[in-house]
Every structure is written in structure tokens, then in C-alpha cells.
Design a protein around this ligand. Sequence first.
Ligand code: IPE
Ligand code: IPE
Ligand code: MG
Length: 261
Amino acid sequence: MKSNLKLSINQDIIDTYEGDVPKHIGVIMDGNGRWAQERGMIRIRGHHEGAKTVRTVVESCRYLGCEALTLYAFSAQNWGRPEDEVKGLMSLFDLYIKKERKTILDNGIQLRVIGDRSKLGPKLISAIEGLEEISKDNSDMILQVAVSYGGREEIIRAAKIIAEKATRNEIDTDQIDEHMLASAMYSPDLPDPELIVRTSGEFRVSNFLTWQSAYSEFFVSDLYWPDFDEEEFVKALKSFGDRQRRFGKTGEQISKEDSSK
Ligand code: IPE
Ligand code: IPE
Ligand code: MG
């Protein structure tokens, strides 16, 4: 029920979207560093500013009724950034968990963090686990935050899970199929993202949801992540709504299928 929500977004702008709402949206939140540098600020200021956009997008998705939102916050490769930036980002995640707790719990959102969390500090791990535990029965929307995450790393992890089962003779290699691989990913219960948004004008996937994005629609916004807002989000949705998703079939086949629904 929308009326029970406690949101700070501009709902009138979101209401201008009348098309199908994707069940799962993925977002590659890019451009924080450039946003700050162009203003003569240090990069971490851009990351802090970007955290405000996170709230806007989380609330917009909740308002729309999306089942899941996956936000790419820190890649497996981002560990290679200068130490002070990595440290600043880790403190920001800690702050985010504390500051957003209320918004998450007030709006029936379940938090999941995906990625190699063994690389995170013990304080951050326990903050994440605390909020995951307390929000685990919330079912209105799943907010997945990808931290220390890589799509290839996720596939390697899945391969290991399956190989271990084969070693224990629990499965036969003939049984390995798409379904089994999908089941070994971090969140097998979620549908694949229909729409993936990337900000800052970069046309690449940078190791995000490699397995799950096989048929995702992409939208690239020229705005840096801190400048992304409700209006730009609606642009992404409208662009998605105008497309025909064909999954390898012909346009005619899809039109026929749609008209018989
Ligand atoms: C995205 O912003 C956030 C992370 C990757 C952590 P960037 O920090 O990549 O910003 P740019 O791309 O350098 O501007
Ligand atoms: C992708 O952004 C990772 C996140 C948004 C967390 P990057 O800035 O790390 O990607 P590249 O290096 O431009 O491909
Ligand atoms: Mg970047």
C-alpha cells in the first residue's frame, strides 16, 4: 500500500510513468569521483553526495512497487583504488547502514548485501548482518547492495559450489544446467534484472551481474550519480517501457504473444 509509505521523494514525478514496472532493476552508480573533482572537491565528497541519490532511487523503486533493486556500490576491482578512497568508502557504507536503517524498516524493505564480505572489516560485517537479520522478514522490496562484488567472481563461486557437490557425489555432471548454475548465484530467488541503469555516460558493464544480465535492457544516463534524480529515473523507465524485448525471437512472434495475453 503506497499510502503507508514514509518517503521523501517527489512522487508526482514518478507518477508520470504509466508503463510496466520492472520487477528487478539494477543500477551501476557511477561518476561520483568526477562529480566531486569538477567542483574542486576530493573524490570522497562525491561518494557522500551519491549516498543521497541512493535514498531517492530506493524510495522511487519502493513507491513504484519493484520487487527488487540491486545497487552496485563497490566492485571486486575497486579494492585496487588508492587506500584513502577505499577507507573512505568503507566508512561511508558503515554510515549508510546506520542512517538508512529507519527508511529500510519503515518501508518494509529487506536488505541483502552480495559480494565477498570476508574482505570487509569486522565492524562493517556485523553492522550489515544486524540489518540483514532485522529486515529479513520484510517482503515489500528487496534492496541488494553489491559490495566487494564481481559478476565473474560470483560465477566462479557458483562453479565451486557445484564442483563440491559433484565431488561429494551429490550430483552427476550431466545434471549441470542453466537452472543449477542460476541456483548457485547469490540470490537465486530473484528474477533477473529487466533493466540496468548506468550513470555518467559510460557504456560498459564493469563486471556487474554478469550471469543475470544476459537479457537485461540497458539505459545509460549522462548524469553523474549525485545528479541522478526522479526525473532521470522516469526517463530510464520510459525508455525501458518503449522497448520490445525479444529474447531471440522475431518481433512478429512477440507481438502475437502480447496480443494473446
Ligand atoms: C562510482 O563512482 C562509485 C564507485 C565505483 C565506488 P566513481 O568513484 O567510479 O566515480 P568516477 O567514475 O571516478 O567519476
Ligand atoms: C563500476 O564503476 C563499479 C561501481 C559502480 C561500483 P567503476 O568506476 O569501478 O568502473 P570502471 O572502472 O569505469 O569500468
Ligand atoms: Mg567510475
